[in-house]
Design a protein around this ligand. Sequence first.
Ligand SMILES: *Cc1c(COP(=O)(O)O)cnc(C)c1O
Length: 232
Amino acid sequence: MNSSIASNIDNVRAQIRSACEQAGRDAASVTLLAVSKTRPADEIRAAHAAGLTRFGENYLQEALDKIEQLADLPLEWHFIGPIQSNKTRPIAEHFDWVHSVDRLKIARRLSEQRPAHRAALNICLQVNISREPSKSGCLPEDAPALARQLSALPGIRLRGLMAIPEASDDPATQHRAFADLRVLLEQISHDIPGLDTLSMGMSGDLEAAISEGATIVRIGTALFGPRPPKPA
Ligand SMILES: *Cc1c(COP(=O)(O)O)cnc(C)c1O
């Protein structure tokens, strides 16, 4: 199992390198975030032993259990799942990044609840870039005003935008959604200095995301294999 994680990591890194080469980008400009939802702590430990340090989790209680079990390792934890407003405190206390902030109320609570002894919580504003009904993320047209409000909150640090585009096997469709997010970040950056993050691209579309400027790719299946059905 450990050796398969190690070889999967090698393969994903090679994919990232080759996508960067094709895009004329430095491979160091893309951060690999390992999405470890549903994966037991020992697999994360093996992934760390094989060189990964950043892990993304979607389900809060599952994540908190693993963070506690792995407290002896110097890991960076990213929350990437939907956020209920009554669950913000443990997120503010235990994570380094949150990619899935899509409304002001959540951002305010994370800012207020961030422990004073910790650095500001890194935040991405999640955008529903494909305008899918009933999907998470703010509408693209609401992103600039929301980003301005988020950037004023002291306990958080707005880093950029995140999106989960509509699933598609068509490279042109993949590129279009990622390009839309890139252009939106460029637009918002006129107003807000220091934004440096485009969190986009998963196992099935990381090449398109990198060619459109992704700085963090969130990879689960290609590292850990297929997931069991998600917990209820
Ligand atoms: C599960 C998940 C991923 C990883 O998806 P894979 O297709 O397994 O790479 C990335 N981002 C988010 C927000 C996810 O929920």
